[in-house]
Design a protein around this ligand. Structure first.
Ligand code: FAD
Length: 469
């Protein structure tokens, strides 16, 4: 009896819960619904769409190797998903549908509509919690609430996680060929701006597992010491692959355990710190389900709704274009626009600069990031932005406002990252790159700071203090 697997942000054949479950029941047909207008409406830009398309091509090749055909349908928006899938199910005499859950609100609504439509049609639909160890709602505080703070979430995660939850799912074996051919994959339509060079981020699970292996071999044990240094390649750069499921958190965690004597929380501090980043990822997925207001453009902390964000198009533009006069901020923004990725320390610095120094609504920054990031993912991006803007979960009290210059001298001590992305400042002595004195800039086209740190800090503090809780 034929099984239909609906692939979404789980573009891999190894360790894929829905695919493994389907293959255990019968011959598998796979389908991908491309929803470009819907994804654009959600804010995804060319880099992510291109990476997505290349990921689908890679998984189609892998599926073909198992004789699993991958069908491809274009839909305008999620409302068309139930009909598109039911049509395929009827055409190919499908017995059951299988998919891995996604946790942002619109995706959950879409999946509920699909499950309802299949139920009405008498075809079973199964969802799997594949992207997380704990299904949202199954890891709760003592009072039965979703966690709104990371540290207790992480403690509970480590305490309760079981070997079963982290066990790799079976890769399907090669099946007898069906009389169904894979669809040719259509090219990506012309987009408003072209994507970055795809060679920066080769798609597919081979690229992802190579990245993981290299990271663990060469950098994993130094992660704790190097992860905050933007000029050092100290992190895994796996985020685009995790965001589209070209690698799973289980594969990452299993690889850590085999390097670390079977442990996730004890042992090498580099490796265990890295594990916690994967737990952060899961935390924000739970937050999206437990506090759905964050999916409706609302702050996690309701009282910050009243915050008087400034209307400052010029300031926003300067931030987007890397012309704020704060070299670390500008270098970071250029890294984002050029590579589709930004170092985590810099995401925090730039997000805090926009939301605190410029006091510009974090939602504008969130949208700009999503439009450029190749790893753009709603839960992590929203979580990161709300953290930086002090409207979100966790301990980013509003009075903690990074001084960009201090951050720069601390984490890019020799100004090497600045020199790489702002070549106009490369000629300056290293120490002068963090806050170039005006007299060194006479022949250099680089703007003076658009805000004064102290004054901007006071303005942000006053805006937050005026909120009543
Ligand atoms: P590593 O340090 O190697 O971490 C391993 C993995 O853990 C990452 O690939 C990622 O999947 C996960 N992870 C790490 N840090 C976080 C975090 N703080 N929150 C959630 N997951 C995390 N991450 C995204 O994947 N997509 C986004 O759209 C995104 N937007 C962000 C926006 C802001 C303002 C901030 C502060 C952070 C954002 N992050 C986002 C989280 C983090 O910056 C990136 O995951 C990380 O920089 C990716 O690099 P890496 O793969 O080398 O990470």
């Amino acid at each position: 009896k034929r099984q239909l697997v609906w692939l979404r942000s789980d573009l891999r054949i190894d360790d894929n819960s829905a695919l493994a479950a389907a293959a255990a029941k019968g011959p598998v047909v796979a389908v991908f619904l491309r929803s470009i207008p819907q994804w654009q409406a959600h804010g995804h830009g060319a880099n992510k769409l291109d990476f997505w398309a290349r990921g689908v091509a890679a998984v189609q090749t892998a599926l073909n190797g198992l004789n699993i055909p991958l069908l491809h349908r274009d839909i305008e928006d999620y409302d068309q998903a139930p009909e598109a899938l039911l049509t395929i199910a009827r055409e190919h005499a499908i017995e059951q549908l299988h998919f891995n859950h996604e946790y942002a609100l619109n995706e959950r609504r879409r999946d509920r509509a699909v499950a309802d439509a299949f139920k009405q049609a008498g075809i079973a639909a199964h969802g799997y919690h594949d992207a997380v160890a704990f299904a949202p709602g199954s890891l709760l505080t003592g009072k039965g609430d979703y966690y709104g703070v990371f540290t207790p979430f992480s403690k509970a995660w480590h305490k309760q996680v079981s070997a079963d939850q982290l066990a790799l799912r079976d890769t399907p074996t090669v099946q007898t060929p069906l009389d169904i051919a894979s669809d040719p994959l259509p090219a990506l339509p012309a987009l408003e701006s072209p994507p970055i060079d795809g060679r920066l981020w080769p798609a597919g699970e081979h690229a992802a597992s190579d990245n993981l292996a290299r990271f663990l071999r060469f950098r994993g044990r130094h992660y704790n010491a190097q992860r905050d240094l933007p000029n050092v390649r100290g992190t895994s750069e796996l985020s685009p692959y995790l965001a589209l499921g070209m690698i799973s958190h289980r594969q990452c965690l299993q690889a850590v355990m085999s390097e670390n004597g079977g442990h996730l929380a004890d042992g090498d501090v580099g490796l265990t710190t890295w594990v916690n980043e994967l737990v952060w990822r899961e935390f924000y997925q739970h937050v999206a389900v437990g506090f759905p207001q964050v999916c409706r453009c609302q702050p996690f902390q309701a009282h910050t709704k009243q915050l008087a964000w400034r209307d400052d198009d010029e300031g926003f533009q300067a931030w987007c274009e890397g012309r704020t006069g704060y070299p670390i901020v500008d270098a970071a923004m250029r890294q984002l626009v050029t590579t589709g990725w930004m170092h985590n320390r810099l995401r925090m610095i730039t997000a805090m600069f926009l939301s605190k120094h410029l006091l510009i609504d974090w939602r504008r920054g969130e949208a700009f990031f999503l439009n450029h990031l190749v790893d753009g993912e709603f839960c992590a991006n929203n979580g990161g932005w709300q953290w930086a803007a002090s409207t979100g979960t966790d301990a980013a009290p509003y009075f903690r406002i990074f001084n960009p210059t201090t951050q720069s001298t601390r984490f890019d001590a020799e100004g090497e990252f600045i020199a790489q992305w702002l070549p106009e400042l490369a000629e300056l002595p290293a120490k002068a790159r963090h806050a170039p004195p005006q007299d060194l800039l006479t022949d250099i086209d680089y703007p003076p700071p658009i805000v004064d740190h102290k004054a901007a800090r006071q303005r942000a503090l006053a805006a937050f203090k005026s909120l009543s809780k």
